[in-house]
Design a protein around this ligand. Sequence first.
Ligand SMILES: O=c1ccn([C@@H]2O[C@H](COP(=O)(O)OP(=O)(O)O[C@H]3OC[C@@H](O)[C@H](O)[C@H]3O)[C@@H](O)[C@H]2O)c(=O)[nH]1
Length: 355
Amino acid sequence: MKQLHKQSSINHRRDEEILIPQTPPYSPKSLKHPRSLPRSINYLFKEQRLLFIFIGILIGSTFFILQPTLSRLGPTETHPSIPKSFSNNVVSHTQEFSVSNQNPIHGKMGRVPVGIGRRRMRIVVTGGAGFVGSHLVDKLIGRGDEVIVIDNFFTGRKENVVHLFGNPRFELIRHDVVEPILLEVDQIYHLACPASPVHYKYNPVKTIKTNVMGTLNMLGLAKRVGARFLLTSTSEVYGDPLQHPQKETYWGNVNPIGERSCYDEGKRTAETLTMDYHRGDGVEVRIARIFNTYGPRMCLDDGRVVSNFVAQAIRKQPMTVYGDGKQTRSFQYVSDLVCLPVYYHNFFWLMDSLL
Ligand SMILES: O=c1ccn([C@@H]2O[C@H](COP(=O)(O)OP(=O)(O)O[C@H]3OC[C@@H](O)[C@H](O)[C@H]3O)[C@@H](O)[C@H]2O)c(=O)[nH]1
């Protein structure tokens, strides 16, 4: 009641003020000057105002039409040439790949509409701070993708990826793949595992755990988020091979209780898991059996033949050849392994092609 009373008294005072007008009463412009419409039109036509309005509208609409497309494209869009056909039993003396894909037609690359260009993808690289992983990450960032590196820094080093710090498309997570992790990604490159005999024999139980638990966790993630999965396996799945060169169809000659078994058998189990997730759960998978790789960022204390020979040469020491020296190996330069152009034995081709 108090409020009502107050209100009515205010209205009363206003009424009084209106009774003694000091200025002409307010009326809308349109009512005040009925002839103002032609004036407005005249105003628009004067000094090419209409032309400038049209130009503004044109620039604005062009921006809004192009903006979604531009935001999806990376700064450097170089597309790896992707051959259409592929034999499932590819044999190479330098590099060998095992491939599987349940439903090529519905692969992620197949959903990219023609004319829009390559879609920027979010990609996880386990072991991305390592020797091979960091080169892969460089190339992925270089072609415009978003990369999340997972590394526990056992053999990986921050220095390998430090040049990418500050890049908005790069993220680094200290994480051991033995523990599960949930991320929304399109592709998973699974590299995390010590690869040189010195490192993988250092803690054999941890090595096999990384291969089994780590691969399980990453395959689980791939299944959950519908990501395509690439396992980096090894020529060591052939063990002490009885066939030269080794074909993909060769099953190997592996000692299950030897010193190297944690790695050999670990990777063989990782391959088994990969194929089981593919057959059982429809996960799109690829397996790369990597032979001896060399190049920048290799650890000098890696223990492998190339780094040993280089380190000994730098120190002007004699090079040590183990055994009778009759053993043979296939070698590949690290960036060729990632994306050697016009060649299908590389990660990019394997991961991105429809197969
Ligand atoms: O100083 C050395 C080191 C090695 N070697 C010999 O050189 C050959 C190559 O040995 P490495 O240790 O470099 O490589 P390996 O072939 O045993 O395995 C390597 O290649 C495949 C990858 O997947 C493995 O991760 C990697 O360890 C072996 O026969 C080895 O006995 C030497 O003669 N001198």
